[in-house]
Design a protein around this ligand. Sequence first.
Ligand SMILES: N[C@@H](CCC(=O)N[C@@H](CS)C(=O)NCC(=O)O)C(=O)O
Length: 220
Amino acid sequence: MSQIRLHHVPASRSFRVLWLLAEMGTDCAIETYDIAGGSLRSPEYLALNPSGRVPALEVDGRVLMESGAIVEYLCETRPEHGLGRLPGDPERADYLQWMHFAETQATLVQELNLQWIFMPAEMRSKAVLQVQARRLAATAKVLEAALSERDWLLPSGFSAADVMMGFNVFALPYYIKMEKFPAITAYRARIEERPAYQAARARDGQQKFYAQDYYDPEAL
Ligand SMILES: N[C@@H](CCC(=O)N[C@@H](CS)C(=O)NCC(=O)O)C(=O)O
């Protein structure tokens, strides 16, 4: 089998794939890109992923994009690692729900990133930033309620749904006050204790997005 190659931006959604592969004990080569530097729009990269986004994964003789699809594909084609909940599993419906809810939440983070990090300050809308931060907090409430009941998203224990969602929780503190979310904070600490997470972070690279600890729309 040819080597798996991950097209990656440090601290972006491609980290989910890097982390999942580490949980599987599967090595991969990494090609690193700079979101602001234009390399995701090069003809070579667009030939791999026409939407110009990460992740893209070269695996099993093809290229896949969309972090959720990649995570599901890897779990289904490598079931021996027990990280997915495949059709027939009693947790399958909850697993799918968390996998996709993670993208609902990540999209809110992305919209906040767009305004706070990537757009010129004069283009920011206080109203939109306030609404998006509130919407993000609403998703955090859902997560907080689940994690108040158990350590991982599914009762049977750690799964790829935690990889999808666990990536998000490191971005939440930039946009919402975490005091109201002690279960998420404890979840984050449990994630940081995982050897595979630590191994993936060691390969991830330096995040270049956030220059402050908290972005407050009220301060605009
Ligand atoms: N739903 C997609 C979203 C991919 C995505 O938007 N990735 C971001 C990084 S987190 C990106 O590549 N942004 C670059 C851009 O939009 O130009 C996924 O989960 O893979």
